[in-house]
Design a protein around this ligand. Sequence first.
Ligand code: NAD
Ligand code: DAU
Length: 331
Amino acid sequence: MRVLITGGAGFIGSNFVHQTVRERPDVQVTVLDALTYAGDETSLAGVSEEIRFVEGSIADTALVDRLAADSDVVVHFAAESHNDNSLNDPSPFVQTNLIGTFTLLEAVRKHGVRFHHISTDEVYGDLELDDPAKFTPETPYNPSSPYSSTKAGSDLLVRAWARSFGVEATISNCSNNYGPYQHIEKFIPRQITNLIDGIRPRLYGAGLNVRDWIHVEDHNSAVWSILDGGRPGETYLIGADGETNNLDVVRTLLEIFERDADDFDHVADRPGHDLRYAIDATKLRDELGWSPRYTDFRAGLEATVQWYRDNEAWWRPHKAAVEAKYAATGQ
Ligand code: NAD
Ligand code: DAU
């Protein structure tokens, strides 16, 4: 099977490439990645001999057409992915998440290629802290940020191309991922690398916002379950019942680093900050028999801390610039 993986030099995409090379010897992997600030080819260093890497944009019609013609399946991870960046400059989010996805859809339509679209639970907006409800595939779309609205728009394009043009497409909407190779602009690796540097973690607002954490390996095993058994035209929600508020995440990291429980700072809140995400993954579990393996969040965090300790050369070149960007917004 020839699989084109977009965004394969980013956080989740590079983990997906590693998992695929490790567990699917029958798959020929091609990665298409523009190597934006968030992409890093060294994340693929261990598998570079086993894959083909193409540097380029998913919005490049001719390139995408050529690569799709040579593929059986496209797994589409590439995106601008950070909410805070989308509040500072939404333009690349529209270009990549909407125009890029449109470009891919036109190519898979032309060449009759199976398409899997990687999306986010943020398309559903947020839930109240005391609401027993979780997101389901029937929850109405209600995105809050430029990031989540462009992801919602890209999901709707996929649904339309499946229904009107018969593109063999599936969509997955996953909750917050953590694990190796995550860019240090994101919450967990930012606090881990702060703690390694002896800097106090930074909590937006009161820190009561809840995210439904899942290990990146579990996200990617769910994507493979959908590729193997998912029904065309269907949407699957991916989550591992990992609801935790940001304050508790910081307190756990402080414990792992043997620091005082109050050794953190509250900083300016994110405008429009979603309160709570929670995934009901019943459909994925019941229909495809998927279940997560990394169910001990503290153990997963400890392993992730160790990964950032062991791989300082991977993140260190970006740390000063990331912190300078946050300093400009008081965060
Ligand atoms: P990331 O920012 O770490 O990686 C994105 C990758 O896409 C980078 O390698 C970047 O170079 C590449 N890219 C960006 N623009 C491109 C373009 N125009 N053409 C080709 N490549 C381009 O993102 P991530 O956290 O790994 O997220 C991957 C996908 O998963 C995204 O679609 C995101 O919406 C979705 N998602 C992320 C999470 C999460 O918690 N991180 C959760 C659910 C869904
Ligand atoms: O839910 C899935 C989404 O999860 C993905 O679609 C996004 O691509 C991914 O970035 C992530 O979005 P969030 O905005 O939830 O993740 P982030 O890591 O930016 O922030 C997680 C929470 O931590 C959020 O409530 C904001 C808060 N935060 C973040 C940073 C960077 C802090 O309190 N302090 C920080 O320094």
